[in-house]
Design a protein around this ligand. Structure first.
Ligand code: NAD
Ligand code: GLY
Length: 378
């Protein structure tokens, strides 16, 4: 069976770009990105030079494939593999990449290729947005989470030691190349973490998509390539629709993508980053947010139950792993630091029916505490 390539366009005026989705694309990188380069730079690359930014896991398997393809297409390439893991999203690690670029006398035409998950995409994008005030940037995601979320929409950045994603920019890539075959090497837990973000799109934006995911959970569990390609394209389209309307997160629309994340960010921070994968925290966070919506009288219990059933079928957690080393007061304290909070008042993205969410202000902390108690956080 041949799986057709699909294209999703992110329409942002002069920053408009394509997301190309299909199998076995990485060995064709040189050929495929040529058009994007011309579209954005206004002319074909002259003596093209580039740096593949990847990580220690992805570099040997996929980073090298991208490097070889570009070299075969006439590019002069270098590759740097960051240590795998969230700790690489730091100014220290980014500075090492600046050092390398300066050593190589990289200039404004030097293109950065991010080959990896969200960590690599966010860090490499930040480097691209800042080195000489901006160089060409191509996203080549290799995790499901990066395919459906972090590679799309231009949020790039690194962590501050005291705050995640605190230093960054909005910087759109020239294009996003999603090779669905790259998912074959992704560990199971990482794959499932990405599925949580896919489920999120159904709950916040597309009830029909949610129903389709329910009907085909088995296909997702076995990574059916054809269904997965469809799911990735639909997720990218849903995210692109939001980004097109609120690129710089000014109107509140883009904040909808944060469904489940107010709880999730608190859980990730309090469990220790890395204990709970981001998508796992989002899975638990969505269930908490949905229960909160029930308490506020916004939905009936069936909307939550459908999420619990689907997430469980996809082998995602809906409750925190024991032992829980923090209290409800700790979690609520963290939530007050959420970017949506205003003057210390908690605000949450909550479902009002399947496929719709709203940002709800002035949520009583007692309701949040009740919801936390349901997952044994007291
Ligand atoms: P990750 O980048 O750490 O990748 C997860 C693990 O999988 C790593 O160990 C990596 O080496 C490995 N890996 C990646 N692709 C592989 C492959 N094909 N085969 C084998 N191993 C592979 O994590 P992630 O979940 O992709 O991204 C999480 C990051 O994304 C967080 O820092 C988060 O803040 C960020 N994020 C950003 C946005 C955004 O809009 N910019 C959105 C969501 C998340
Ligand atoms: N991942 C949230 C956003 O891109 O806005």
């Amino acid at each position: 069976m041949t799986i057709a390539e699909q294209t999703v366009c992110v329409s942002l005026g002069p920053r408009t770009y394509e997301i190309l989705i299909g199998p076995e694309l990485l060995p064709r990188t040189g050929e495929l990105i040529f058009r994007w380069y011309v579209q954005h730079a206004g002319k074909p690359p002259q003596k093209p030079r580039g740096l593949v930014v990847t990580d220690s896991n992805v570099g040997p398997i996929h980073g090298e494939t991208v490097r070889r393809s570009l070299e075969a297409a006439g590019w002069s390439m270098d590759l740097i593999a960051l240590p795998a893991g969230e700790a690489s999203k730091s100014l220290d690690v980014v500075t090492q990449v600046y050092d390398r670029l300066i050593d190589q006398q990289a200039d404004r035409q030097t293109t950065i290729f991010a080959v990896g998950g969200g960590v690599v995409g966010d860090a490499a994008g930040f480097i691209a947005s800042t080195y000489t005030r901006g160089v060409p940037f191509i996203q080549i995601p290799t995790t499901l989470l990066a395919d459906v979320d972090s590679s799309v929409g231009g949020k790039v950045g690194v962590n501050h030691p005291r705050a995640k994603n605190m230093i960054g920019a909005f910087y759109q890539p020239f294009g996003v190349l999603i090779d669905t075959s790259a998912l074959a090497t992704l560990p199971d837990r990482e794959y499932r973490s990405g599925l949580a973000e896919v489920v999120k799109y159904g709950v916040i934006l597309d009830a029909e998509f949610f129903t389709e995911l329910e009907a085909h959970a088995d296909a997702l569990n076995v990574r059916d390539p054809e269904f997965l390609a469809k799911v990735i394209a639909r997720s990218c389209r849903l995210k692109a629709d939001i980004v097109e309307k609120d690129e710089y997160e000014r109107t509140g629309l883009r904040a909808m993508l944060n469904y489940g994340h107010t709880f999730a960010h608190a859980f990730e921070a309090l469990c220790g980053y890395g204990e709970l994968l981001h998508g796992e925290a989002v899975s638990i966070g969505m269930v908490c947010a949905s229960r909160l919506a029930e308490r506020r009288g916004l939905i009936d219990a069936s909307v939550t139950q459908r999420q619990v059933d689907l997430l469980t079928k996809l082998q995602l957690p809906i409750t925190l792993p024991a032992p829980i080393g923090f209290t409800a007061a700790d979690a609520i304290g963290r939530m007050r630091l959420d970017k949506k909070a205003v003057a210390g008042q908690l605000r949450f993205v909550l479902p009002t029916r399947m496929g719709y969410v709203e940002t709800i202000a002035n949520v009583p902390e007692a309701d949040v505490a009740t919801v936390l108690a349901e997952i044994n956080v007291r």
